[in-house]
Design a protein around this ligand. Structure first.
Ligand code: F6R
Ligand code: MG
Ligand code: MG
Length: 372
């Protein structure tokens, strides 16, 4: 069995929250090279997030693998502090490593599987958004026949998939089958502030896709930047084809994130070299790196959105950004109240608490439930 581990953290960037400094990428490469147990690795960034893409045979949630990632992030933080990079050590929320980086700041997406005769995988890296940004594209890849022709045409894909959905407010999860329970799946994952697709499986239990679901603000109890998730999707031969996995990104759907993690904006599919959110700290970006696995070796990457067929999505994303930006500080550009809970806005609102006075009974009745 091979494990593909993608572990990421924002440990400082330049200029502002824009992009990872090349020194940090070099340090991470140097550190990972020293490892005795990694089969292969690839280090890159998406905006201000440093991504470690690693293969090994140690399984998911492995202490050594997570410990290695933790050490890399600590080394990089040290250098980021030396250069006075912005937000140096930003996502390192815990003071010491305790066996698993989950719940300590970094984001984690890991899949363990038997490598097939040929194993194409796509690693999605995002910046200035939250794990729920993948709800719509994941649903379209694995459940929407208007996106994935294989759901109609290919008997192996036609049977559908299983979705594991997390309720991040209650820390609960549920497994639902598609197409049988498609409307139930949608009833949950449309509420992106609460429900997140964490894993997708084939009906026989074979893992197909995973998203890092860590919520930084919930862990820290305050605003500390967006989660900027990573995801892994296996493709072809009984799974959605590479083109079916990329197709959802031809539509730049609205996601939470953007400036101060407090605004809705269109996700922009970009090449690795364009993954530096700049306009209004955005628009939110997604990069797709394609690899062929060969006995755990990462053959690639191919920069999948570095293609003119995504030009129109990028153009639409710019147009939608213009439209959304003209709302300024108003909803729905500004996030909903429950999602703003962990931003810096409550601090501002609190100052006015004492100045509010109760409405007289005659008026307040208009805002209360009628007692029968
Ligand atoms: C969003 C993000 C940025 C910052 C913004 C303010 O995820 O990281 O939009 O929220 O640049 O940053 P501070 O508060 O560090 O000045
Ligand atoms: Mg940052
Ligand atoms: Mg980021």
């Amino acid at each position: 069995m091979i494990t593909l581990s993608v572990i990421k953290a924002d440990i400082g960037s330049y200029v502002g929250h824009s992009q990872v400094h090349p020194d940090l990428i070099e340090i991470a490469k140097k550190e990972l090279k020293k490892s005795k147990f990694l089969i292969d690795f690839y280090v890159t960034n998406c905006g201000d997030d440093l991504e470690l893409i690693m293969t090994h045979t140690k399984g998911r949630d492995n202490k050594q693998v997570h410990g290695l990632a933790w050490d890399v992030f600590m080394k990089c933080t040290e250098h980021a502090k030396k250069l006075k990079l912005y937000g140096a050590g930003q996502d390192i929320l815990a003071t010491a490593f305790s066996g698993n980086v989950k719940g300590m700041g970094p984001g984690v997406a890991e899949l363990e599987f038997e490598e097939r005769k040929s194993e194409p995988v796509i690693v999605f890296l995002a910046d200035k958004t939250a794990p729920c940004y993948m709800n719509l594209p994941m649903f379209r890849m694995f459940a929407d026949p208007f996106c994935t022709a294989g759901l109609v045409i290919d008997p192996k894909v036609h049977v559908g998939f299983k979705f594991e959905i997390y309720d991040i407010k209650e820390a609960k999860k549920i497994m639902l089958n598609s197409p049988e329970e498609m409307y139930d799946i949608l009833a949950l994952i449309g509420i992106t502030s609460r429900y997140v697709i964490k894993n997708v499986f084939k009906k026989d239990g074979e893992p197909a896709a995973t998203v890092s679901a860590e919520k930084l603000s919930i862990m820290a109890g305050e605003y500390v930047g967006k989660d900027d998730p990573v995801a892994i999707v296996r493709c072809q031969s009984g799974l959605p084809a590479v083109g079916e996995v990329l197709e959802p990104f031809s539509f730049p759907h609205l996601v939470p994130g953007f400036m101060r993690g407090s605004h809705h904006g269109p996700i922009m599919p970009v090449s690795n070299k364009d993954s530096h959110p700049r306009r209004f700290d955005g628009p939110p970006r997604v990069v797709a790196l394609g690899f062929q696995l060969c006995n755990g070796k990462l053959i690639g990457p191919v920069d999948m959105f570095d293609d003119p067929s995504f030009d129109r999505a990028r153009q639409m994303s710019n147009e939608i950004s213009d439209y959304m930006r003209r709302h300024g500080p108003f909803q729905p550009h500004l996030l909903g109240e429950d999602e703003l809970e962990y931003t810096t806005l409550p601090e501002v609102l609190k100052k006015m608490d004492k100045r509010f006075v109760k409405l007289p009974e005659s008026e307040s009745r208009s805002f209360k439930k009628i007692q029968k």
